[in-house]
Design a protein around this ligand. Structure first.
Ligand code: SF4
Length: 65
């Protein structure tokens, strides 16, 4: 599973970080998503899928899932 996160459409809700803190972070200044790795951190596969589904900006895309 590969993850992409579109910082241009991210609205800095922080939902993805709450769900999968080992995979997503937020920029300290803008609050927009920072992808920590291209693949989910160990044990966060389901949380990353959940983040894709619940991101209010549809900024998270998964491929090869
Ligand atoms: S859940 Fe979506 S909008 Fe919210 S911080 Fe993550 S990528 Fe951005």
């Amino acid at each position: 599973m590969k993850i992409t996160a579109d910082t241009g459409s991210c609205v800095a809700s922080g939902q993805c970080v709450l769900l999968a803190p080992g995979t997503f972070d937020q920029d300290e200044e803008t609050g927009t998503v920072v992808l920590l790795a291209e693949e989910p951190a160990p044990g966060e596969e389901d949380a990353v899928r959940q983040a894709e589904l619940t991101c209010p900006a549809a900024a998270i895309r998964l491929t090869g899932a």
